[in-house]
Unconditional design. Structure first.
Length: 235
């Protein structure tokens, strides 16, 4: 099959899944910003996106996109290293002069993103949607835990009242920024928009768009940490 047997096909899969994940990040960032203005409004969104069939279908689809993106990322990286063979060490200095830092470190950045995602799932998804899923399947769930399953604002405050979590999330967001600034315009190049005029435009758009997304997430992290400091609750 072309999408898996050729290098171009694999890049197309990487690009399409990557763009889909960027769209999700945009929605998630906008959703999180609601928490800055209204805890009730944010919790209403969390309840809407709980253990409902449409949310679960979207969750499975999102997980599939992420897994495919990761598999193809490792696949392409290994393929590129194998293709360069012993020559890859001879061109390191030349590549450093011509290739941006994020491009040279996409695999490392991707690993940081994966680790950060795991932390995020533990702090939020496991305490919210997963708890609702357990409850729906008849598993025993503590009453207090179930009561907070849609209280996303509570878990945001709880998570970001600890400076360790704040630092870890900001590092994660920095990795996402570098990953997006290269990955977004690179995906457009893989899809054919690679002439000199448009590739420069896509690079600019990638930097601006990635900055907006990351600053939106970071604003929530910092704002709730400052709030906890004002309330004397930082750990």
């Amino acid at each position: 099959m072309w999408l898996s047997n050729s290098s171009v096909g694999r890049k197309v899969v990487m690009s399409v899944t990557g763009i889909a994940l960027v769209l999700f990040l945009t929605f998630h960032m906008a959703m999180n910003l609601v928490a800055l203005f209204s805890a009730e409004g944010y919790n209403m969104i969390c309840e809407f996106l709980g253990a409902n069939w449409y949310a679960l279908v979207a969750c499975v689809g999102l997980a599939a996109l992420f897994v495919i993106h990761i598999i193809y990322a490792f696949w392409l990286t290994m393929q590129n290293r194998k293709a360069r063979g012993s020559e890859r060490y001879a061109v390191v200095e030349r590549r450093k002069e011509k290739v941006e830092w994020a491009s040279q470190n996409m695999l490392v950045l991707g690993i940081i993103v994966i680790v950060g995602l795991a932390l995020h799932l533990v702090h939020f998804w496991a305490k919210m949607q997963f708890v609702e899923i357990l409850h729906e399947t008849g598993a025993h769930v503590d009453v207090a835990t179930m009561a907070n399953a849609t209280n996303g604002a509570y878990y945001i405050q709880q998570t970001f009242s600890c400076w360790v979590n704040v630092v870890l999330y900001l590092i994660w967001l920095a990795a996402i920024w570098f990953h997006l600034t290269h990955g977004f315009w690179s995906s457009m190049q893989s899809l054919g928009w690679n002439n000199k005029t448009w590739i420069n435009r896509w690079q600019c758009i990638s930097n601006v768009y990635a900055t907006i997304i990351v600053l939106g997430f970071a604003a929530v992290v910092v704002a709730f940490f400052v709030k906890s400091l004002c309330c004397g609750g930082a750990c």
